[in-house]
Design a binder for this molecule. Structure first.
Ligand code: ZN
Length: 201
C-alpha cells in the first residue's frame, strides 16, 4: 500500500469537503496529529477508523487503500491485492514472534544449564567464572535477537489517540511490558500508556 498516495488522497478529499484536519479529527474522535500523520504518509488509518473515515470522505474502503477513485473494472482486482497485502503483513509478524520465542528459549536453556553446572561441579574458580561469563553472554545475545525480532513484528497502538508506531530500540527495551502490551510514549500525542501490540501497521 502506498501511504504517501493514500495521504494525498485524504488531503484532497478533506479539502473538497471543506474540512480542516482538526474538524476531520473531531468527527472521528481522534487527535489532529493522527490525521496529519495519515496525510503526510507516515501512517495509515487504523482498521476501526477506515469505515467512518470513508463515510465522511464519500469513498469506499477499497478506494481509500488504493489512494484513488476506482472504476468498476479495476475495483475487484485492487480489493484482492489489498486483502493479500494485509494477510502477508500479519503472517510475517506472526513468524517474527515465533522466531523471537525460539531465540529466547534456545539461549536461556543452555545458559541456565551452564550456570547450574558451574555451581554444582567441582572446578577451579577461573573455570567457574568463565562458564558464568559464557552463560551470561549467550543469554544476552539471545535476548537481544529475541527483542529485535519481537520489535519488528507489527506495531504498538497508543491508548489515547490510537496511533500505531514502531518504538525506538531504546524505548522498547526500557519499557515495562506484558505479553501483549508495552509501556511506551506515543510519538503522535506524546502521552505514555500501556500500548497494545498490533500485527499490522
Ligand atoms: Zn497517542
Amino acid at each position: 500500500m502506498d501511504q504517501k498516495k493514500i495521504g494525498s488522497f485524504v488531503t484532497a478529499l478533506r479539502k473538497e469537503k471543506g474540512l480542516t484536519q482538526k474538524e476531520l479529527a473531531e468527527r472521528l474522535f481522534i487527535s489532529d496529529k493522527t490525521v496529519s500523520k495519515w496525510e503526510t504518509g507516515k501512517g495509515i488509518p487504523d482498521v476501526s477508523l477506515i469505515i467512518p473515515l470513508c463515510e465522511l470522505l464519500g469513498i469506499t474502503a477499497n478506494e481509500l487503500l488504493s489512494g484513488e477513485r476506482l472504476e468498476d473494472t479495476r475495483y475487484r482486482q485492487r480489493a484482492e491485492e489489498h486483502i493479500i497485502a494485509l494477510i502477508k503483513e500479519k503472517q510475517e509478524s506472526k513468524r517474527n514472534i515465533l522466531l523471537s520465542c525460539i531465540a529466547a528459549v534456545i539461549s536461556i536453556l543452555p545458559s541456565t544449564a551452564l550456570i547450574l553446572l558451574s555451581g554444582l561441579l567441582e572446578m577451579t574458580t577461573a573455570l567457574r567464572i568463565s562458564l558464568i561469563v559464557i552463560a551470561i553472554l549467550t543469554m544476552a545475545s539471545g535476548i537481544f535477537i529475541a527483542a529485535v525480532l519481537d520489535m519488528k513484528s507489527g506495531t504498538f497502538e497508543c491508548r489515547h489517540c490510537k496511533t500505531r508506531f514502531v518504538p525506538t530500540a531504546g524505548a522498547y527495551i526500557a519499557g515495562p511490558h506484558s505479553l501483549t502490551t508495552r509501556y511506551l510514549k506515543c510519538p503522535a500525542c506524546g502521552k505514555k500508556s500501556y500500548c497494545k501490540r498490533r500485527l499490522t501497521h
